[in-house]
Write a protein that binds this ligand. Structure first.
Ligand code: NAD
Length: 368
């Protein structure tokens, strides 16, 4: 009997809509060619929702998507909405989803695919076979801590302040995800902090060390964030899984993503605690809505398609679908097909929709 799964598709704005069309082709293919029956529910978020509903995410949409098994998102935003006050902007829609569904673990793989090894600004020998995973705490830390604000303290002087706060429970839950993930990979976990200066990350280090006793097969190491940023560009292959705080993860994952050299190729997953009947995962490309190329059929749809692949691995435990999509993409790149962002001499330039069709063609070559 076919197993039915319910997925929310939120294309968003700009190229989000174009890459979502290609992801839909892949989802339809999976629906037709595997034992999974996919129920797709499409909704609006970001700028389009602001235009129609005066808010980047309506409560009704939030309720609807929270009843599905997983969310697949394109990207939101664009110059049209940049004049709005901060709390009304398209990106607030994403923050609302992350916060409401408590998606506290952000998984960002940085993988160098062989055919793209020359796309990075780093020497091929430094990034050869790179395959690391950064796990960033996403719903706490300095981005959410209180008190925060800007206060006038004298006639000519203001004070801007934020609070870096973590509780034991918050560190434990991200720690368990990191250790479990590391135990399915090379069993090496590096926890990154600034425990020599910041008390909250001293607690972070203590808690990581304490829960490591539950995972004797995983080797835990600690590193200060300043050293980690240097090591990431010096010798990134020394890492496998990295776990870190919200702000350090924000910075380090952008740095790691550029090791791969191609923004249009980077997927991500944001995952929370599994509660019966409530969505706990959102998958989305790392890039934004790319207004400069929107509507031109030029965008690279692979970051979103790779995010879709992660969804089958992490939410639906379908490792076979995950690896089949990844293999299909490597094969396409091996044959020299490239969208404009990763195109170079001697490659075959293809559009967004042609790239989507090529993925389907490769999947067709070997049915699951
Ligand atoms: P961006 O990621 O949209 O674009 C940066 C550069 O990379 C652009 O030159 C763009 O053309 C290129 N690019 C990005 N994705 C690509 C793809 N798939 N294929 C080919 N080229 C690609 O970042 P930005 O220009 O700083 O932001 C544009 C808008 O997106 C802003 O409104 C920003 O707030 C928003 N944004 C949204 C998200 C999100 O939805 N998660 C993330 C980042 C930025």
């Amino acid at each position: 009997m076919n197993k039915s799964i319910k997925i929310s598709l939120l294309p968003g704005d700009g190229i989000g809509k174009e890459i979502a069309e290609e992801s839909k082709k892949i989802l339809n293919w999976i629906d037709k060619n595997t034992k999974l029956e996919i129920i797709l529910q499409e909704d609006i978020v970001g700028g389009e929702s602001i235009d129609k509903n005066n808010t980047p995410l309506t409560d009704k949409t939030l309720e609807k998507i929270s009843e599905t098994d997983a969310i697949l998102l394109g990207a939101v935003g664009g110059p049209k909405w940049e004049i709005l006050p901060f709390d009304k902007r398209p990106e607030r829609g994403l923050l609302k989803i992350r916060k409401d569904l408590d998606l506290f673990a952000n998984l960002r793989p940085a993988t160098v695919l062989k055919p793209l090894i020359n796309s990075s600004t780093l020497k091929p020998k430094v990034i050869k076979d790179l395959d690391i995973l950064i796990i960033r705490e996403l719903t706490s830390g300095i981005y959410f801590g209180e008190p925060r604000g800007v206060k006038k303290i004298s006639e000519n002087e203001k004070k801007g302040f934020n609070t870096l706060v973590y509780t034991t429970t918050e560190i434990e839950r991200i720690g368990h995800i990191a250790f479990k993930t590391a135990s399915t990979r090379s069993k090496k976990l590096c926890s990154i902090d600034k425990a020599n200066v910041l008390e909250s990350t001293e607690l972070w280090r203590d808690v990581m060390t304490s829960i490591s006793k539950n995972y004797p097969d995983v080797e835990l190491s600690h590193m200060y964030v300043d050293n980690a940023s240097m090591q990431l560009v010096r010798n990134p292959n020394q890492f496998d899984v990295i776990v870190t705080t919200n702000m350090f993860g924000d910075i380090l994952s952008d740095c790691a993503s550029m090791l791969t050299g191609s923004l249009g190729m980077l997927p991500s997953a944001s995952i929370g605690k599994k509660t019966e009947g409530r969505c706990n995962a959102m998958y989305e490309p790392v890039h934004g809505s790319a207004p400069d190329i929107a509507g031109k059929n030029q965008a690279n749809p692979l970051a979103m398609i790779l995010s879709l692949a992660m969804m089958f691995k992490y939410t639906f435990s379908k490792e076979d679908i995950y690896s089949k999509i990844n293999k299909a993409i490597i094969s396409i790149l091996d044959k020299g097909y490239r969208t404009k962002d990763i195109h170079s001499k001697n490659n075959k330039l293809v559009s967004t929709s042609e790239m989507g069709d090529l993925v389907i063609k490769e999947l067709e070559n070997e049915k699951i």
